[in-house]
Structures are given as structure tokens and as C-alpha cells.
Design a protein around this ligand. Structure first.
Ligand SMILES: Cc1cc2nc3c(=O)[nH]c(=O)nc-3n(C[C@H](O)[C@H](O)[C@H](O)COP(=O)(O)OP(=O)(O)OC[C@H]3O[C@@H](n4cnc5c(N)ncnc54)[C@H](O)[C@@H]3O)c2cc1C
Ligand code: SF4
Ligand code: SF4
Length: 367
């Protein structure tokens, strides 16, 4: 029997239409024939163009192209394959938040990065340092569209410290930062850093594990964001405005710390219970088992007792070397995670909650 060459037809059936697709856009970025598009207008899903095979098949796939399935971090036994490639072994069941070398609390020492950052500004400090010390040429991040008042998160490229600061902070709607890859490489960037929630942070590992060519080689640093869900853009008019009178153009900052925290232009602070937001959970998150961005070089989060520190999970030697160099150069402060005794148990608990959503059967076998 000839070896199986799974292509868009299999990806469409087993991932895109099964509920496992997170909308990470890795397949779109990896496609060498430009026959995959991406619906950024609310659905956050890839689609195949009408030419070359229509919605459900791909003429290039029929002829042997498999790049979309090789890039997809939800195709078949993705977790075991990426674990084995990155760490030389699979995650043990008790390692609910993934394989880690070190867990610490960290924050930027630069007051501008600390002020702009969502928690300790560590992600922005990592990006600024990697850009300024010849580790990467560009970073794929998320900006707010236009003047920011629409709160529409859009992927973009950062090449300077000022651009890193402009992209800092968290938006809780979706931004497929991988999509900025084309813009970065078109401008000549050979080495890119990717920032993203677990769904996106597994993409470079999937591409590398399954040898997805030169796209895979260009991802040189992956920074993960802890994440239990993201929300539909409709949450702004339908929940925040309709029930709480919070117009999106008046919102200046948001955070999630057990509740939705909302700060508005007039200086006031509001809370929206997370339970109420549940109905606006993005469809792509329903089967996502990865709270802790398990395949990033460094994963970051805001849980725990200290609001202005970033919970930092160092996973790879690349991540460890980078954080060590930054600490030596005094651009980050690092303290032991034991300073906040509750945070690792909480990380484990939240990771286990997400693990219950594992589609399992989809990962194990073709439909
Ligand atoms: C959708 C979402 C859900 C999250 N849920 C949790 C959670 O449940 N628990 C937890 O501990 N932490 C969560 N986080 C992570 C947390 O909000 C911080 O991003 C993290 O602690 C890093 O903080 P920082 O100050 O070091 O990052 P910063 O220095 O502020 O940098 C943040 C980086 O994230 C990028 N970014 C912002 N919004 C998005 C987005 N929507 N999509 C992709 N990239 C984005 C920015 O461009 C920036 O580069 C979530 C983040 C997001 C985006
Ligand atoms: S999970 Fe990502 S790579 Fe896989 S089909 Fe969906 S958008 Fe494409
Ligand atoms: S829960 Fe977070 S990591 Fe998982 S698919 Fe949704 S946005 Fe991505």
C-alpha cells in the first residue's frame, strides 16, 4: 500500500469541521500554493478557495502536497509528535501544564515595558531583547486595529522596541498572529518570534516535528500565553455594552483575574462576572486541552498573587538561555515561584480543567 499522504481533504474533515480547529492559521501560513484563505471576520477559521478543488478538497493535495496537515497543531497525534520533537519524550499525565525546566516569577525592569505590559511586561521584554540582540529579525504580535477604540485585535509585525510597546497588553478576543508571517518574511525577515496562546504556540513545533520546510525553520522563538478561552468579538456590544453600559470606545484596559476587569476612559473600574461571558466563548476553544501553551520556548501568564509579575514557565534550552542572558544583563527581575505558594497548584488546576476538553478520538485516528 502506498504511504498515506494526508492533505486538505483530511484536514477539512478531521479538524476544520470536527470542532478541533482552533483557528490558529498555521495551515494557511504553510500552504505553498496560496489556496487557503482565513476568515478573520468573526469565524476565525481557514477555508479552501473555490479554484483548485473547492471547499473540501485540494488539487495540489491530490498530487501529493501535505504541508497543511504537517503544519496543523491539532492534526491526529499532534501533542505526542510535538512533545517528542521538542523534549525528546511525551508529557507524563501528571505534567498537566506540560514539560518544564523551570517555573519562576519575572518582570521587565524597563518602566515603559512594565507599564505597557499586561502583567509583568515579560513578553515585551523578551521581544525587545531578542530583536535588539540579533536573536530574531521580527516578532509576530497582536495590535488593536486603527486607533484602538474598536477593540478588534489584529495580527502584525514588530521590529522595534516602540512597536513591541504598541502591541503590549492582552486582548481577549482572537488574533491569529501567525498570519503576520507573510508580512514579516516579505520584508526580508529570516528569523521570527511568534507570540500566541497555546493553539498558536504549538504551530512552530508541529511544523518542525513534521518537517514543514522553510516556514518551520524561520520560527526561531515561541512565546506562549496561558489561556483557558478567548471570546467572540460580539461580546463587546452584546454583553459589555448591552448589560453593563460599557461602550468599547470607552474601554482602555481589560484583564481577567477571576472576573473580567474593565477600566474605562473616565478613570472608573468595572467587573463583569466570567460566568456571564461564557456564552461568548469562541467556538474554536471548545475542544482545546492546552491551558499552559505547552509547546512554547517560554510560556507566560497572569495568575497568582502578584499582579505586576508574569508567571513564567521555561520549557526549552533556547528559552532558558534567553531568560538567563536577560537576567545577567539586568533587563528582567526574576524571583522564585515559591514566593507565591498558591500559584503552581492553581496552574495545575486550570491546566487539568482544560485537559478535560481533549477531543482524544480526533487526535488518535482518521474520521
Ligand atoms: C486571549 C488570552 C487569554 C489569556 N488567558 C489567560 C489566563 O486565563 N490566565 C493567565 O494567567 N493568563 C492568561 N493570558 C495571558 C496574560 O493575559 C498575559 O498575556 C501574560 O501574562 C503575559 O503578560 P506580560 O505582561 O508579560 O505580556 P505583555 O508584555 O503585555 O505582552 C503580551 C503580548 O501578547 C500579545 N497579545 C495580546 N493579545 C493577544 C491576543 N488576543 N492574541 C495573541 N496575542 C496577543 C501582544 O501583542 C503582546 O506581544 C491570556 C492572554 C490572552 C491574549
Ligand atoms: S487548527 Fe490551525 S492549522 Fe489546524 S486546521 Fe485549524 S487553523 Fe488550520
Ligand atoms: S482556549 Fe486559548 S489556547 Fe485554546 S484554542 Fe482557545 S484561544 Fe487558543
Amino acid at each position: 500500500m502506498p504511504p498515506e499522504k494526508p492533505q486538505w481533504a483530511e484536514l477539512y474533515r478531521e479538524v476544520v469541521t470536527s470542532g478541533a480547529c482552533t483557528g490558529c492559521a498555521a495551515c494557511v501560513v504553510a500552504c505553498p500554493h496560496d489556496v487557503l484563505g482565513y476568515d478573520s471576520d468573526g469565524r476565525y477559521k481557514p477555508f479552501h478557495v473555490e479554484e483548485d478543488g473547492g471547499a473540501e478538497d485540494c488539487t495540489h493535495g491530490v498530487r501529493g502536497c501535505t504541508l497543511c496537515t504537517r503544519a496543523c497543531p491539532r492534526f491526529r497525534s499532534w501533542e505526542a509528535e510535538i512533545d517528542s520533537h521538542l523534549f525528546g519524550r511525551e508529557r507524563a499525565p501528571e505534567e498537566a501544564y506540560g514539560i518544564a525546566r523551570r517555573v519562576v516569577l519575572a518582570r521587565a525592569t524597563d518602566p515603559d515595558l512594565l507599564a505597557a505590559g499586561q502583567d509583568g511586561g515579560l513578553v515585551s521584554a523578551l521581544l525587545a531583547y531578542a530583536l535588539e540582540h540579533d536573536v530574531v529579525d521580527a516578532a509576530l504580535v497582536s495590535y488593536l486595529e486603527g486607533d484602538g477604540t474598536s477593540w478588534k485585535a489584529v495580527p502584525g509585525v514588530a521590529r522595534t522596541r516602540a512597536e513591541v510597546v504598541a502591541a503590549a497588553g492582552s486582548r481577549y478576543t482572537y488574533s491569529a498572529n501567525t498570519l503576520a508571517f507573510a508580512e514579516a518574511t516579505a520584508a526580508g525577515s529570516e528569523r521570527v518570534a511568534l507570540v500566541g496562546m497555546g493553539c498558536q504556540a504549538s504551530a512552530p513545533g508541529a511544523m518542525a516535528a513534521r518537517k514543514a520546510g522553510k516556514v518551520a525553520r524561520r520560527f526561531q522563538l515561541t512565546i506562549g500565553l496561558l489561556c483557558s478561552k478567548s471570546f467572540d468579538d460580539a461580546i463587546f456590544p452584546e454583553l459589555f455594552e448591552a448589560r453593563y453600559g460599557l461602550r468599547r470606545e470607552d474601554i482602555v484596559k481589560m484583564n481577567i483575574k477571576g472576573v473580567f476587569q474593565v477600566w474605562t476612559r473616565d478613570g472608573s473600574y468595572h467587573e463583569v462576572p466570567l460566568k456571564e461571558a461564557h456564552a461568548w466563548t469562541r467556538e474554536g476553544c471548545a475542544q482545546c486541552p492546552d491551558f499552559a501553551a505547552e509547546h512554547a520556548d517560554i510560556s507566560t501568564g497572569g495568575i497568582g498573587a502578584f499582579g505586576d509579575w508574569t508567571l513564567t514557565i521555561v520549557r526549552t534550552s533556547r528559552g532558558e538561555e534567553l531568560l538567563d542572558a536577560m537576567e545577567r544583563d539586568g533587563v528582567v527581575e526574576v524571583r522564585p515561584v515559591e514566593d507565591d505558594p498558591g500559584v503552581v497548584p492553581l496552574l495545575e488546576k486550570l491546566s487539568r480543567v482544560s485537559r478535560r476538553r481533549d477531543p482524544g478520538a480526533v487526535a488518535a485516528a482518521p474520521a
